[in-house]
Every structure is written in structure tokens, then in C-alpha cells.
Ligand binder design. Structure first.
Ligand code: NIG
Ligand code: FE
Length: 454
């Protein structure tokens, strides 16, 4: 088996469009943000010869330049292309070979950029050490900070390319990438610049998030009230520098008892919001800490982890879901799994309360060293009890909304970016069913074939 990333270029020198034919199923995810019962409705188009589907009704997708221009039965799509003045001869054909077409997957929470690895902590946790205990002893996030500060920018770029290529091979076309392993201005700026550069290089889109408030760095640990001293530094020096650089699209905070308080998180995120960085949070990962309530209060785009939201926090998210500014709950079940914690986020309760759910990898060297988003879908089905359709909405349309990009990506609808994954299984229900199986056949990003299993 060879994996191949095809850099740039349309799939045929002269064509500017693609017709993707031969799918057994297209999960379009059309119809907007999913919440409650609609999270389980992937808006399917199916080809079912046995029950009398005719070839002219077989579902196909058409893309032109970087956008989707039509989706539906073949005859209907061809009519629509003619009506739009797009000659069929200008389209190259892509064969889905009886597989499934979904929107390109969106990983809305990653710590893409770091140096080193932390396999030793797996052993420590097996022996009973706690995550925050390891951090308090100068390990955990702080050991990655030491390695990342020392790493040349070229090394961070190479690391980013290596893991983005892996993500692409699993059908991912858009990635959020947090800083947070620098914690000093120079390294935080370097991480944000590397994330931006990787997105410019393509083929994946990479959206940088400033996570200066990831941990209190060593140089602040002997100060009186270290978290408060570092928070003041973030507000007075680091945030203005990050805003002046202009690369970070979002701001994030590790809001947790023993890390950054609700009050500190609020001050950091409100200040960042005022400078154009939309807030998102690590919240209630290890204990109910008031993070879900804060996310609703400040209108965060996304509130992430949520293994331990309080009853009041769930109420606040349920209320926000009914407002014009819903907060997407981005659950990270691979992290709970890898930390060997047996308490998962209350996904079924959140769905019953109408809270829109995304899921993401949380790719990082400590708590979730996997870039395999379909594997995370499997964990979401097994441990969060999501249906395969709910898990698919959680990595497509809802993840797009968690990034504020619900109008651009996350579903197969005319006008959206032509970001598509073609799978070697006949239905979306098999994507989480074969764990870590390498099910991708083809990935199309902005109308170009960027990955093809050889
Ligand atoms: O989302 N919880 C905080 N941050 C990351 C882990 C980072 C690390 O351990 O390096 C998370 O799990
Ligand atoms: Fe995280």
C-alpha cells in the first residue's frame, strides 16, 4: 500500500471542475448546525440498485474551481451545470468506486505544534500519578515547553508537515492549531507564525489559536500567586504582541481549578475578543470548574473537553443553544481514553438538552498523541455513545461552526468550498466501525485532488 500526497495542480491540466461519480452514498450534512435529534440526521443521498435506483439518479458531486457547484442525482446535476453555463467537457471525472463521499473532516481542537514526546508519562500514570500532579512537578505541559522553546523553527515546520500529512491521510481538510508550548512571547509568536505558514503551504487549511494561558511557565512559579502574576503578564505584554502579529484567529485558555481560574480566564478571553480573537476554552476537563458557565456568559465559539460540566453549566449551554449565539461543545474522548480516566463527557445529556456537539482529536504529546480523527469517531461511538451519524456531524458541520466557518465548510452544498473525503466503505456507518483502518480513498481540497491511495 502506498500513500501519496499530490501537491497542487488540478487533477487534469485543462479541467477546472470535477465530477465525482460512482458513490454508493453521499452524506451531505446539508441543512446547517446540528443539535438534538438533527445531530443524527446526515442528509444522505443513496444509490440503491436493489430497490430500483436508476443510473441517471445515481448521486454525484460537481466542483468548479475551489467550490461545490452541484450535488444530487446525475441527470439533475448535469442540467444544473448546463444552466450555470459550465460545459461538461471541462470536468475531469473522479471515481468513488462504490464508496461514501462526506465533507472533508474538520479537526477543531489540536495542539499541532510541539517538540519532543512524553511516553514516560504513560508509565507514570499506569503507576497512579495524576495529570495535574505531573504538571505541578514541572513535567507534563512544562516539559514540552522546554523542548519547544529549544527547537529551531525549521524543526517545528517539519513536525507540522509530518502530522498534517497524517491528518490528510485520514480525510481531514481543515485543522485548528493552538500555540501554548512557548508561554513566552517569542516562542508563542513563532508557533503562531509556523501554523500560519503551514496553512499557506497547504493543502490543508490551518487556523491558528493563541493559547498563552495553557500553563504557568517555570519562570513565574516562584512568584507570589504565580497564576495571577502570569495572567497580568499575558494581558500587559503577550496578548498585545500576539495581536500586533495578527496571525491568531482565536484565543483559548486552560480554565480549570489549579490552572487558570474562571476570573482569570474571563479577563484573558474578553481582552482577546476585543482584539479580534474569538474565545474558545478548555473547560471542566478534570473537575467542574465553572468553565461551561463562562463559555455561555462570554459567547465563546466552542467549549472543549467538558468531562465534568456542572448542572448549571449544562443549563447555560442549553440556553445558549436556543439563542442566536450557540456555543458548540467540542468533546475530546480520545483524551479521556488516553488518560485512562473512566469518566467521559455526558454527551447523551448534552444532545438531549439540545447542545450542538463537535468532536476533535486534541492531538498533543501528553494526553492525546493521535492525529486520527476517524479513530476518535470510533471512541465517540464506544464511550460517548454517539451514533455514527452523530459522530459524523460532530467532525463536519458542527466542527465548522465551532470554528466560525459554518458558511464556508462542513457540508456538501453548492457555494461551499470543495473539501471532500471519499471513503472505501459503502456507508458512513462503517467509518467508525473499522477502528484506525485507513479507509480514505481520495481527498479533495478546494477542488484539487490532494491525496489518493495508490
Ligand atoms: O487539551 N488540558 C490541557 N491541554 C491539553 C494537554 C496538553 C499536554 O498535556 O501537553 C489537553 O488535554
Ligand atoms: Fe487541548
Amino acid at each position: 500500500m502506498t500513500l501519496r500526497v499530490i501537491e497542487g495542480g488540478l487533477s487534469d491540466g485543462r479541467s477546472v471542475g470535477l465530477l465525482i461519480l460512482g458513490a454508493n452514498e453521499i452524506a451531505t450534512l446539508s441543512g446547517g448546525l446540528r443539535a438534538g435529534p438533527s445531530q443524527d440526521q446526515p442528509a444522505l443521498l443513496r444509490f440503491d440498485e436493489a430497490s430500483g435506483s436508476r443510473a441517471e439518479d445515481a448521486p454525484i458531486v460537481a466542483t468548479w474551481e475551489d467550490r461545490i457547484v452541484a450535488v444530487g442525482g446525475r441527470a439533475e446535476v448535469e442540467r444544473s451545470l448546463e444552466a450555470q453555463g459550465l460545459p461538461l467537457a471541462r470536468f475531469a471525472r473522479v471515481d468513488a468506486d462504490g464508496g461514501t463521499i462526506t465533507p472533508g473532516l474538520i479537526d477543531a481542537h489540536t495542539h499541532l505544534l510541539f517538540a519532543g514526546s512524553r511516553e514516560g508519562e504513560l508509565r507514570l500514570r499506569q503507576q497512579g500519578a495524576g495529570y495535574l500532579e505531573i504538571l505541578a512537578g514541572g513535567g507534563g505541559i512544562l516539559s514540552t515547553v522546554r523542548a519547544t522553546r529549544a527547537a529551531p523553527t525549521e524543526e517545528l515546520l517539519a513536525h507540522g508537515r509530518r502530522w498534517l500529512e497524517e491528518m490528510l491521510s485520514h480525510g481531514v481538510t481543515t485543522v485548528e492549531a493552538k500555540s501554548g508550548y512557548g508561554l513566552d512571547l517569542a516562542t508563542e509568536l513563532r508557533l503562531l507564525e509556523v501554523a500560519h505558514t503551514l496553512g499557506r503551504e497547504g493543502p490543508l487549511d490551518v487556523l491558528p489559536t493563541w493559547l498563552g494561558a495553557h500553563a504557568v511557565p517555570e519562570e513565574f512559579r516562584r512568584r507570589r500567586d504565580p497564576a495571577e502574576a502570569y495572567t497580568r503578564y499575558l494581558l500587559d505584554e503577550q496578548l498585545p504582541g500576539v495581536a500586533a502579529q495578527g496571525r491568531a484567529r482565536f484565543a483559548d485558555v486552560f480554565c480549570e481549578d489549579g490552572v487558570f481560574s474562571v476570573d482569570q480566564s474571563r479577563r484573558i478571553l474578553m481582552a482577546a475578543d476585543g482584539l479580534g480573537m474569538r474565545p474558545r476554552l478548555h473547560a471542566d476537563e478534570l473537575a467542574a470548574s465553572g468553565g461551561a458557565e463562562l463559555a455561555a456568559e462570554i459567547g465563546a465559539l466552542s467549549v472543549d473537553h467538558l468531562a465534568w460540566p456542572s448542572a448549571a453549566g449544562i443549563d447555560a449551554l442549553a440556553d445558549a443553544a436556543l439563542s442566536s449565539r450557540p456555543v458548540v461543545a467540542t468533546l475530546l474522548p480520545a483524551t479521556t481514553w488516553f488518560l485512562m480516566a473512566d469518566h467521559y463527557a455526558p454527551a447523551r445529556t448534552l444532545i438531549e438538552r439540545g447542545v450542538p456537539l463537535a468532536i476533535a482529536s486534541d492531538f498533543n504529546p501528553g494526553t492525546s498523541p493521535t492525529a486520527n480523527l476517524p479513530l476518535v469517531m470510533t471512541v465517540a461511538c464506544l464511550e460517548l455513545k454517539l451514533t455514527p451519524a452523530e459522530a459524523l456531524a460532530a467532525v463536519t458541520i458542527n466542527a465548522a461552526h465551532a470554528l466560525g466557518l459554518g458558511d464556508e465548510i462542513g457540508s456538501i452544498e453548492p457555494g461551499k468550498l470543495a473539501d471532500l473525503a471519499i471513503w472505501r466503505v459503502p456507508s458512513h456507518t462503517q467509518i467508525p466501525y473499522w477502528p484506525a483502518a485507513g479507509l480514505i480513498r481520495t481527498v479533495i481540497k478546494r477542488g484539487r485532488t490532494v491525496f489518493q491511495r495508490g
